[in-house]
Ligand binder design. Structure first.
Ligand SMILES: Nc1ncnc2c1ncn2[C@@H]1O[C@H](COP(=O)(O)OP(=O)(O)O)[C@@H](O)[C@H]1O
Ligand SMILES: [Mg+2]
Length: 313
């Protein structure tokens, strides 16, 4: 099945194999503008970038999917789904399934999620871009720093292609930005900084009526457009880099752990049969049997991406 317009157009599964750009909009904090960004971003991708787009709203409030459904008509397919089973990684598996059922069938998937400590950061591997909107006051940035520390290992992973982290200054004023709040912080994880989204009271009034990027003459309207364009560019860079990096069998096993009894057994088995195997997991394929690369250090995810874009040093 693939989606094309408000009226669903059903196509044969096997005919479609789109390289879906999967974008997660997430933070542990409410009220920073995740749902507003998710709703506007999904319609922007559909209408300004002409992409088939799904909005997967995992927020219990369902405000982004309501916005997309109730404002003027658009081609975005909005799905609201509350995953409230946190037992034994059930949430991770349910969330993965929700995402994967859309992958390859649409060009853009945007997921709106409020993070809680019960969630498993491994779910971030389902996405190409992880967008974290954050206010820029000192307290808010400290909270964002702590949040990024808890999920940080995903972005430093040496296995496969980690997602790209994008920080989005959200609901900010020009005065706040003048203090250059980001350079004084150490986020311990490589990230790209998106153009800021300005705080504007009119945004609240547009809820369920119009999209903010439609109001082109407002500062806020322009800032949503600029932010969406940058996310699209980051997506292009990520995809280009991901295509250039070969994923080894062991990487793939790491990425595809379904936490089934069988996969746990296999992982256990390979560890006992090949002690030290854990060190091998994650070595990029080009470092094996390639004399030119001998002696090269294991590359981090970001290094892999950079190297594949600008070429080896
Ligand atoms: N750029 C903005 N300027 C002003 N108000 C905003 C902006 N973005 C969101 N809001 C308002 O802030 C509140 C929370 O936004 P929301 O997108 O629901 O945040 P979250 O999903 O992170 O909880 C809403 O009332 C919304 O209208
Ligand atoms: Mg929300």
């Amino acid at each position: 099945m693939a989606y094309h317009s408000n009226t669903l157009v059903y196509l044969v599964y096997t005919d479609i194999n789109m390289d879906t750009l999967r974008i997660l909009v997430v933070s542990q904090k409410g009220g920073v503008g995740k749902s507003t960004l998710s709703a506007n971003l999904s319609v922007w991708f559909s209408e300004k970038a002409f992409k088939t787009t799904v909005l997967l709203d995992l927020d219990p409030h369902g405000s982004s999917s309501t916005w997309v459904r109730e404002a003027r008509s658009s081609d975005v397919v909005a799905e609201h789904c509350v995953l409230d089973d946190f037992d034994a990684r059930r949430w991770l598996i349910n969330c993965r399934n929700r995402v994967r059922r859309h992958v390859s069938k649409v060009e853009i998937l945007i997921c709106d999620l409020t993070w809680t400590s019960a969630m498993d950061p491994e779910v971030l591997y389902e996405f190409d871009l992880v967008v974290v909107p954050t206010s820029v006051s000192s307290i808010e940035l400290s909270a964002t720093t702590r949040f990024i520390e808890t999920i940080g290992w995903v972005f430093k992973s040496k296995s496969g292609i980690p997602p790209t982290l994008l920080l989005c200054p959200s609901r900010v004023s020009e005065e706040e930005l003048a203090t250059d709040p980001f350079s004084a912080r150490d986020f311990s994880v490589p990230f790209m900084l998106l153009p800021p989204i300005y705080n504007d009271d009119s945004v609240r009034q547009l809820f369920k009526k119009q999209f903010v990027f439609d109001v082109n003459e407002s500062m806020a309207g322009q800032s949503y457009g600029r932010c969406a364009q940058s996310i699209q560019q980051a997506g292009n860079i990520h995809k280009q880099a991901a295509r250039a990096v070969k994923v080894t069998f062991s990487d793939r096993r790491f990425l595809d752990t379904h936490n089934t009894k069988l996969s746990r057994y296999m992982a256990e088995k390979s560890r006992t049969q090949h002690p030290g195997n854990d060190k091998v997991i994650g070595k990029p394929e080009y470092s094996k049997g390639n004399t030119a690369n001998k002696g090269r250090k294991n590359l981090s995810g970001l290094s892999k991406i950079l190297e594949s874009v600008i070429g080896p040093k």
